[in-house]
Write a protein that binds this ligand. Structure first.
Ligand code: SF4
Length: 526
């Protein structure tokens, strides 16, 4: 029936009930996520249009599908299929199944950190990947198709190719190379087991033909700042042409999607020439998109990431976006931003480019000044910072604590989450880093983590009502109540860890609330 089937596991192939940040809940060990929370709230099933094709899909798969169609594949020969419809989609005519992966072995920074600090166990992301692969392999044995696995998490599967019978492990952009690989596989030709996709020219990136979940639209790829721990920076930086972006935004809105999310490593880098920023391009991006959105009754354009240095260079653009979108305390934005460290020594060694056009020693001031700018514009940052740079000293961690204290004293509104450094495949630091556990860290590193958790918890208590804007009122009520319970448990947990990390092994690792029995037991004992 369908020659090329594109699929992803349930932790990727969902719309998180319209709230993308719910995806982080799936990074938790699954023993800590009750089944009904995972399947009813965090990761609901995506509907199909005809029992097979997804009504909307993760952006990565939409891009892969568009690449195949623009390379000459017929619409009826390619289908993006949610995991629950996979068995209906695959049959004897299926030649290739492509699996898109984000975090198949639970090794992404957020997942690894959550596993370490909660006492371990496979994450929901791992569980869902295993569930999907069980079906994929059963179908592969029956029908003999070729299996290609790719996406941002493909590095985690190096060494697992035989277990999962992966014919091609694919890394990188799909537009140029992926259709060639698929054609060869269909024709029975030899294809190397590892393929790295070539970067396309921006104007050669085709438009999506399946709406993307939550209205996500990519505006840039790559990043020119060259942080050593970062993977996207290894790809050529490019900005997608504005008319292309507007067409995809409109395509999603016409399909009935109610949100617009610009996908980027730094929204203020849009249209830049390397690190030479282009304020006019960013303003035009927002003015045109807002104009278009308003005709469909959508009044917020959100975006995934921004950087502090770009914001300080383009203060007026930050304000411009805020005014254009009518942001306020009850209608804020929550961008993800890398704070990374408070130590200029670490900045100089591992991510000097992130402070550009300033110097590493300016980094703490860049963070504090940008935080004020963001908050004044009703951008409430979700900062992340890194624990475990290979040669980080107690002194470096103390500098980060001091920076977090400065933010708190300035009345900062936002979060600051510590993440353990991981040896992510394809990064410049891959060979130097290792997967860390808390016992391997000095006392100051733990204090540094606790400091960020406390700051985040305090802000969460005020921000949760603004954050949970879920369409379904019942789900919204349930989520608010669950969030309050989770915050209460977090406070107890943080105070426990602040006294010593042994409590993770002796107590937290024993908790299992996956099923009703465990949940009831935990509530009674709590
Ligand atoms: S600024 Fe962000 S996206 Fe750019 S290289 Fe650094 S970590 Fe990567």
């Amino acid at each position: 029936m369908v020659k090329v089937v594109l699929v992803a596991d349930r932790a990727v192939f969902t719309d998180y009930h319209g709230a993308d940040f719910f995806g982080f809940g799936l990074c938790m060990p699954y023993r800590l996520v009750p089944k009904f929370v995972e399947y009813r709230i965090l990761a609901p099933e995506i509907p199909t249009v005809d029992g097979v094709r997804a009504k909307f899909a993760p952006l990565g798969l939409c891009k892969v599908e568009a690449a195949l169609l623009s390379a000459g594949f017929k619409r009826e020969d390619v289908a993006i299929v949610p995991p629950h419809a996979l068995r209906r989609a695959v049959d004897k005519d299926t030649a290739v199944v492509g699996v898109h992966v984000l975090d198949p072995k639970g090794l992404a920074p957020v997942t690894w950190t959550l596993k370490v600090i909660s006492g371990g166990g496979p994450s929901c992301t791992e569980l869902e990947f295993e569930n999907l692969m069980k079906s994929v392999l059963e179908l592969k044995h029956r029908y003999g198709f070729r299996l290609v696995v790719g996406g941002p998490g493909s590095w985690q599967l190096r060494g697992w190719e035989d277990k999962y019978e992966i014919d091609v492990l694919y890394d990188g952009a799909s537009e140029v190379t992926f259709p060639v690989v698929v054609k060869k596989l269909i024709n029975g030709e030899e294809v190397p087991r590892y393929v790295r996709g070539e970067s396309p020219l921006p104007e050669a990136i085709p438009l999506i033909v399946t709406p993307s979940r939550n209205g996500l639209v990519q505006i840039t790829r790559g990043c020119p700042r060259r942080c050593k721990f970062c993977n996207p920076t290894m790809w050529r930086f490019l900005s997608i042409p504005l008319d292309h972006i507007l067409k995809e935004v409109e395509f999603n809105l016409r399909a009935g999607l109610k949100g617009i999310g610009l996908v980027t490593e730094d929204v203020l880098l849009y249209g830049a020439n390397g690190l030479e920023l282009n304020p006019d391009a960013v303003k035009k991006l927002f003015s045109k998109t807002t104009q278009l959105a308003s005709t469909y009754g959508v009044d917020v354009i959100s975006f995934s990431h921004v950087s502090s240095a770009s914001a300080l260079v383009m203060k007026n653009v930050v304000k411009y976006i805020s005014d254009l979108e009518n942001l306020s305390d009850s209608k804020p934005l929550f961008p993800q931003i890398g704070l990374e460290t408070g130590s200029p020594r670490i900045v100089a060694k591992y991510f000097r480019g992130k402070a550009y056009p300033w110097n590493p020693e300016d980094w703490p001031n860049i963070i504090v000044e940008a935080a004020k700018l963001f908050n004044d514009a009703y951008w409430y940052p979700c900062y992340t910072y890194i624990i475990g740079f290979p040669d980080a000293t107690s002194e470096d961690y103390i500098k980060t604590i001091e920076l977090l204290d400065r933010l708190r004293d300035e009345g900062f509104k936002g979060w600051a989450f510590p993440l353990l450094l991981i040896p992510m495949g394809g990064t410049l630091i891959e060979k130097e880093a290792q997967f860390l556990r808390l016992r391997m860290l000095p006392r100051e590193a733990i204090d540094c983590m606790v400091e960020g958790w406390r700051l985040s918890l305090n802000f969460s208590e005020t921000a949760i009502p603004k954050l949970i804007k879920i369409r379904n009122p019942l789900i919204a009520r349930i989520m608010k109540s669950l969030a309050e319970k989770a915050l209460e448990a977090m406070r107890i947990w943080i105070e426990g860890v602040s006294k010593g990390v042994d409590v993770i092994e002796s107590e937290f690792s024993q908790v299992n609330i996956r099923n009703w029995g465990g949940l009831v037991k935990a509530i009674i004992s709590h």
